[in-house]
Design a protein. Structure first.
Length: 239
């Protein structure tokens, strides 16, 4: 009985601390979600279609990246390839954060995988590596994902219905970019992440003239390859 109570307190404490840690980051999701909602409406999606995409995809960068292709009636393979390329970073995130789920069941891992976002990774990575209590780690991570999901769905829906109301002078697109930069800074503190960000960003600028927006996809692949190379070099040097 005492052990069970302790475990519940561990999970609850993780939820509380995770919410507090994630709250400043989560504020940046609001303009980003509004922009995505308005962009889907501007692309001709009905509210049901827009929310359907929002729930199924649950990835703002992939949604915005594929919208112009959908509007231009690009080939389905290109739309899928672009979405996959834009979400490749989550493959790296999941591999990096996986040790933080030691001692946590497979079912919980599948659920947590759906809730993995840039913000959750940035806020949770260090904590999940440092704390031994699996209940605390699960609570800390899960609240960031659930809170992200709720904010994203709520304010994307608000953006869908506010597309013709919010003035363009508010420059929400710029605010969304700032929100992404805020997430990038803490994630780029390691050398491989910094190399991936610099190489990927530079490549995207250099390749911006490629047809069918393939420059972004190519830049993502180049950035990821550079990050893996930097990590391999760092590990080889340490050995």
């Amino acid at each position: 009985m005492q052990s069970s109570d302790f475990e519940r307190r561990g999970f609850a404490a993780g939820v509380q601390e995770g919410f507090v840690a994630f709250l400043p980051v989560s504020v940046g999701l609001i303009p980003w979600a509004l922009v995505v909602g308005m962009a889907m409406t501007s692309a001709g999606f009905t509210p049901i279609e827009a929310m359907g995409m929002n729930i199924i995809v649950f990835a703002g960068t992939a949604q915005l990246g594929t919208l112009p292709l959908i509007v231009d009636h690009a080939p389905l393979w290109l739309i899928l390839a672009t979405g996959l390329a834009l979400n490749l970073r989550f493959l790296i995130f999941s591999a990096g954060i996986a040790p933080g789920f030691r001692g946590i069941g497979t079912g919980w891992r599948w659920l947590c995988g759906h809730f993995l976002t840039d913000g959750s990774f940035a806020v949770c990575y260090d904590k999940l590596m440092q704390v031994d209590d699996p209940r605390w780690r699960l609570g800390f991570y899960l609240i960031t994902g659930v809170w992200s999901w709720l904010l994203w769905q709520t304010f994307t829906l608000a953006g869908i219905f506010a597309a013709g109301v919010i003035p363009k002078s508010w420059s929400l697109e710029f605010m969304a970019t700032i929100a992404l930069i805020v997430l990038l800074v803490p994630m780029a503190k390691s050398r491989p992440m910094l190399v991936a960000a610099l190489v990927g960003g530079g490549s995207a600028v250099l390749l911006r003239g490629m047809p069918l927006r393939l420059g972004v996809v190519t830049a993502i692949v180049i950035g990821i390859a550079a990050g893996f190379a930097a990590e391999h070099w760092q590990e080889k040097k340490a050995a």
